[in-house]
Design a protein around this ligand. Structure first.
Ligand SMILES: [Zn+2]
Length: 95
């Protein structure tokens, strides 16, 4: 085997390693982003508005804007955002 061919084979092996490291880095980065999102959702946020539904008062999730959140729910059933109900008069209604 010529020295050039030998060198090219070594470079090829190293390039494969770099590619694998790059893929691993991307996976770790995605995992960290996901953890960060989950952590943010655990910080309770107050529902912003409510209206009177057919059977109960319904609220809007401040994170995903879905507006069928049932009064007193601990989490938004759509995006998983933790909810803080606080004092009733602090919630802005638009009925
Ligand atoms: Zn939501």
């Amino acid at each position: 085997m010529s020295k050039e061919l030998e060198a090219l084979k070594i470079i090829k092996v190293h390039l494969r390693d770099v590619k694998m490291l790059n893929q691993a880095y991307k996976l770790v980065e995605q995992g960290l982003d996901r953890l960060e999102d989950l952590e943010k959702k655990e910080i309770p946020v107050k529902p912003t508005r409510f209206y009177y539904g057919e059977y109960a008062r319904m609220f809007e999730c401040p994170k995903c804007s879905e507006d069928d959140i049932i009064d007193g729910s601990n989490y938004c059933q759509h995006c998983g955002q933790k909810l803080n109900w606080g004092k009733e008069e602090e919630l802005k209604g638009d009925d």
